[in-house]
Design a protein around this ligand. Sequence first.
Ligand SMILES: [Mg+2]
Length: 347
Amino acid sequence: MTLATDFEWYDLELAEPFGISRGTTTVSENLVVRIEDPAGNLGVGGAAPADYYSASRERITDALPALLAAVEDCDPHDRQRIARRLADAAGGPTAHPGARAAVSIALADLAAKQIEMPLYRLLGLDPGRPVTTSFTVGIDDTDRMAERAARAAETYPILKLKLGTDRDREIVRAVRDRVPDATIRVDANGAWDADEAVAMSRFLDDHGIEFVEQPVPAADLAGLARVGEAGPLPVAADESCVVPDDIPRVAEAADIAVLKLTKSGGVCPVLRMCHAARACGLDVMLGCMTETNAAIAAAAHLTPLADYADLDGALLLAEDVFGGIEMSGGGIDLSRVDRPGTGACER
Ligand SMILES: [Mg+2]
């Protein structure tokens, strides 16, 4: 079977400037891959590859023809072979994870559409395990963050607060003041050293925070472990947890593995990491970038494997070019999803 492949870039404006400890963005560059079989079934996949993982539009645009050529004679159901071919064509298991993710998602969407099933059913996952996604409040002026948190909490019961400024305590106090009942997680994106992070863990615990994500830089696994041992809060590893090999090391240092299709190269690597994480005693949070529903909808189908979801990427866009899985109030309930594939559809 020969598949017709194509890709396109979209610059999607964010509803609000999105600040994290490494900088602020107002536009999200999104790659969309389309793969069509001879019967006219069309699979779509997306990714917003991050500069942090050495992605750039130019490098990915250069690499994509080889990635697409590597899968055009594949059966979309051959997930394991597809993952291997994509890694080989990219130049190794850590190369071009965002581009591999977009291709892998398009093929998973296509495979599920060929048998007219939602993706979660193709994967044999239990739709009776609904989760609620967090909604992210990015770094900004303290008052604006508190205001944004208050507005978000009217719709979303779980907030994720980005930290890593010189006024983190002030931000937490101001936000907690405005949303006394919301579940709040924080993500420092590696901004603190281990001593600071231990002190922050105590402070955050006093303010009813649920857990802390990537408190110290990605490579500092000893620091990550110390935050979990000396501080009261559970620790989630995101930037420290990129490829399957990272899982056993992360399990020694953290409580929760943050898994993302775009970070780790698509459906097959993330499924592998999910099962490895469980076997190593880690909880799993499925996360995303600020990206289109062509990416997010696929991740939503994996949520029965997760304890936590942070899949608000498309909710942070001013306007998405794709519709996806219904997430009213942050709830992701696959038992209500009956469209074949991932459910991402062009608007
Ligand atoms: Mg994170």
